[in-house]
Ligand binder design. Structure first.
Ligand code: 3EB
Length: 472
């Protein structure tokens, strides 16, 4: 526990105080600006030790004027000495692309500025309405971030609200955090004996023509960058694969099936080179993943790896008891099955981070509730709830761990048909409560799936279970 990273509960937030612990409270310069300087409240504050919520700081919580910048949603996660912010930013949506991008970046900046410790944006995913708009965003990021551009994935998935873009950004800061930018689109984060590597924006060149070649080239490039960063596929906990024309045939075979064939071949090759051990204990160990469509015919991939020597760190892939593991899907779905786990739990001491793969309305191996967006959304959320439940963790041998829907820090909701957005969102809001979310239009890898949801949950190993373990 470290006091300096926690928002001080004794800072009054009134009409003329911003309550930003980063600066001295009584600085005259700040006072003169305070009237236009509003705190943007997090949607969620998670794992906080002091139980201090901004709603306490702002009295009855209703003094807050409407946000001056974007429609912003963010979660604050405090993991002992390190704080993370997950930001899901959707601009208001009317201006030029560059204006919307500035609006989003300014909002991210304002939210990070109000944190009590300096924060670094390590990765971002930019959901674009049009592929051509990536260049404008790239220039803006270069100007704003300089040598520290986060690992960035541009994906052509129009935000459902009609905006030119939306941005998911992850930032962190705190005592002993070391962030490096060794190569473009490669960011490493080290603290407390943990080393995370985020690699993004791997887009095969146009010379990689077929879906198979694109996937092969992208995975090879990921492996090369991992190696450059001193890591390997053995350390990868999460992958994201955005594929243009995912359900379109190519020489008579669906592009997603070709991607699965290339991924299987790649993992086999990595294993034969000793860079990946797929069989760990009695179970298969595949990263959690999202495999989803985007506009165009390209492919964009990213991954997250974790390296550590710590003995109190455990990686646990999770399967859903109500779903056939994707890697065991029958050949009728894909000649080479999709090699991913339903989720990856990363247990660090008492803290559990659960990366939830893209999850859809699938029971056993079958898509269910065909044509019904509301029921598909419900089933998808039920699948997530069951997947991350303490019961499911226990089934995987981890007693006292597990999470519930309120432990989600953010989700992305991929909606296939724009006209389903409002209905889908109503179900999500009812089931998930206030939660930073981006809704984007994307084809799901089976043409009968209308929605897919991915997310991250943060939870703690229960004290009761630990003490009973100690007592045993
Ligand atoms: C499914 O359950 C839906 O190919 O990496 C979800 C998550 C899906 C990841 C992937 C595919 C992938 O089969 C599709």
């Amino acid at each position: 526990m470290n006091k300096s990273i926690k928002p001080s509960s004794n800072v009054p937030v009134g009409d003329n105080e911003q309550g930003n612990g980063q600066q001295t409270q009584d600085s005259p310069a700040r006072r003169s600006h305070a009237a236009v300087c509003y705190r943007m409240e997090p949607s969620k504050r998670m794992l906080s030790h002091n139980g201090c919520h901004f709603s306490h700081l702002s009295g009855d919580g209703n003094h807050m004027p409407p946000c001056l910048l974007c429609n912003q949603e963010h979660s604050l996660v405090e993991l002992e000495k390190v704080s993370r912010v997950a930001l899901m930013i959707t601009p208001e949506g009317s201006g030029e692309v560059v204006d919307q991008a500035w609006e989003a970046v300014s909002t991210i900046r304002a939210i990070l500025k109000q944190q009590p410790v300096p924060m670094t944006v390590t990765s971002q995913t930019v959901f674009l309405r049009r592929a051509e708009d990536a260049d404008v965003c790239r220039k803006l990021f270069a100007a704003y971030f300089g040598d520290h551009v986060p690992a960035t994935n541009f994906i052509v998935q129009p935000p459902c609200g009609g905006q030119a873009l939306a941005i998911e950004a992850w930032a962190l800061g705190g005592e002993g955090v070391d962030v490096q930018f060794p190569q473009p689109n490669v960011v490493t984060v080290a603290y407390d004996g943990l080393r995370w590597t985020q690699i993004s924006g791997i887009c095969p060149p146009p010379s990689a023509e077929t879906a198979y070649q694109q996937a092969e080239t992208a995975f090879d490039e990921l492996a090369a960058r991992l190696a450059h960063a001193g890591a390997s596929f053995n350390d990868v906990v999460r992958t994201w694969l955005y594929q243009g024309g995912i359900t379109e045939p190519e020489d008579g075979i669906e592009r997603y099936r070709e991607l699965n064939r290339a991924r299987t071949d790649f993992f086999d090759k990595q294993e034969s080179l000793g860079r990946m051990s797929i069989q760990r204990g009695r179970a298969a160990f595949y990263p959690a993943s999202t495999g989803i469509g985007m506009a165009g015919r390209g492919l964009a991939v990213s991954c997250l790896a974790l390296q550590t020597q710590r003995t109190d760190v455990q990686l646990q892939p999770l399967e859903n008891p109500q779903q056939v593991p994707a890697f065991d899907y029958a050949k009728s779905f894909s000649a080479k099955s999709p090699k991913f786990s339903r989720a990856m739990a990363v247990i660090i001491g008492d803290y559990v981070t659960t990366w939830i793969s893209g999850t859809a309305s699938i029971v056993n191996s079958e898509s269910v509730y065909l044509g019904d967006i509301e029921k598909q959304t419900e089933q998808t959320i039920n699948n997530i709830e069951r997947l991350i439940s303490p019961y499911n963790f226990e089934r995987h041998g981890m007693v006292g761990a597990g999470a519930h829907l309120p432990d989600l820090a953010k989700v992305r909701v991929y909606v296939k048909r724009p006209e389903d957005y409002e209905k889908c969102r109503a179900v999500c809001e009812r089931r998930l409560g206030p939660l930073p979310t981006i809704y984007a239009q994307a084809d799901v890898c089976r043409s009968n799936l209308l929605v897919e949801i991915e997310g991250v949950a943060f939870s703690k190993v229960s004290e009761r279970e630990k003490s009973s373990e100690r007592g045993a």
